[in-house]
Design a protein around this ligand. Sequence first.
Ligand code: AHR
Length: 332
Amino acid sequence: MSKKLLFTILVTLVLTSLMLSACGAPATSAPSTTQAPAKKTFTYADMTLCYPQLGAESDWRTANTASIKETADKVGAKLIFSDAQQKQENQISAIRACIQQGVSVIALPPVVEDGWDAVLTEAKNAGIPVIIVDRSVSADSSLYAAHIGSDMKLEGERAAAEFNKKFPNGASILELSGTTGSGAAVGRAAGLRNKLNANIKIIDSQTGNFTRAEALPVMQAFLQKYKPGVDFQGIFIHNDDMGIGAIEALKAAGVKPGDLFIVSVDGTRGGFQAMVDGWFQADVECNPLLGPQVFEMALKLMNGQPVDRETLTNETVYYPDNAAQLLPSRKY
Ligand code: AHR
């Protein structure tokens, strides 16, 4: 082959490959005029919050309901509210109805701790964030966004501290407990046992389901079994409403204010009045006014903003010495 022919072949090959690669190269694109749509920032006007309230068993609960409703009105969010009458199955049905309606957020005050996994999974699969409010759940924490409420165990520990102070040489006490299996009752009972001095014995514990009506016969039954001041010197009562029911039974049995050392929980007006009247010697605060925190967190969740997984309410213990002074300004 002549040099000339070889040169011609090489030049042809180089030119062909340059042409081919030019054909395969992406065309130089003109700057795009279509941009990703701006992400919408949700406001309260876009929000539908589902609140399957657990019941109306106490003044605490009434105040909690009012706080949720007032906050919804104030911020201009839509609220789907229901009252489960202390029945978990009613709460579960209400949650399912909310999922069907495609609410923005579900805020759940669970009546008991166990048994939420299935419905929380349904909410999660529907892309609806859930805030657990007030009491806790035992479900895996990946099934809900956050919890806002009181440290129930700490409340029980605070009650224990009152008995320890009052009875350094030991005593026997009774416990009138809240709804069996509820985070509030479980936590308070655990906290009490955690911190109570070994020389203070809990001789009996029965549930009054957080209501005045159910606490009354429980206290009557206690009084049939145990002599006040002899068999027991104090009572730990898991909420003020049950305390008020118990006072009725104590009065009827001839017990006078101050004969027994009674520690209650909540700090409602009824509890303050019981301190003014000399029946309660301490009232451990449990704050129901959670509406503002719940709605604020719900909006963050709608906008994909980070939230604290656990928001515990800052609380204290109230005593009879300034109960009369504080009573008029109590909000619940
Ligand atoms: O979960 C909070 C508790 O529930 C309150 O102590 C009680 O009053 C209510 O019923």
